[in-house]
Design a protein around this ligand. Structure first.
Ligand code: CMP
Length: 138
């Protein structure tokens, strides 16, 4: 058993549709504890930096525009195998491929407007948590 922390973002599409509580409820029901959470509007520079790993991808510019289109809710989640657990409850990136009962199956509109983000590995979780929260917050 590994107690882990991971970063979660409720994206602008889900915030706009008043689904913050519904998304966080699904994460909590999956056994993930919210260590800290905040609502914020990403600047273009912040969104570009956060998704820098995708900068060569054809969807990068559109992704940055989407992620800066409205507020997001950024949370640090903790639990047993939190990184994998969060990804399991989020479902596949493309909602058309997401399993029944997952957040993206229930709430995502498209592969881009897919309701939530979650860190994909221990190193990225560490970097993504540090991107949004300082040690004093956690
Ligand atoms: P996320 O888990 O936040 O990681 C990168 C994001 O890029 C992803 O969710 C989607 O919002 C977006 N994305 C990934 N693949 C595509 C794609 N093929 N077309 C458009 N957006 C994508």
């Amino acid at each position: 058993m590994t107690l882990e922390r991971t970063l979660s973002i409720v994206k602008p599409d889900a915030v706009q549709k008043n689904l913050v509580g519904a998304v966080l409820a699904k994460l909590e029901a999956a056994g993930l504890r919210i260590v800290n959470t905040k609502m914020m509007r990403l600047t273009v520079g912040q969104a570009q930096a956060f998704y820098a790993v995708h900068r060569e991808r054809p969807f990068y510019e559109s992704l940055v525009t989407f992620m800066t289109s409205g507020p997001v809710v950024v949370s640090v989640l903790e639990g047993e195998n939190a990184i994998a657990r969060n990804r399991e409850v989020m479902g596949a990136t493309d909602p058309a491929k997401a399993a029944e009962g997952t957040i993206r199956k229930a709430y995502a509109e498209s592969i881009e407007r897919n309701a939530v983000h979650g860190s994909d590995a221990p190193e990225t979780a560490k970097a993504e948590v540090a991107f949004f929260f300082s040690g004093c917050d956690l």
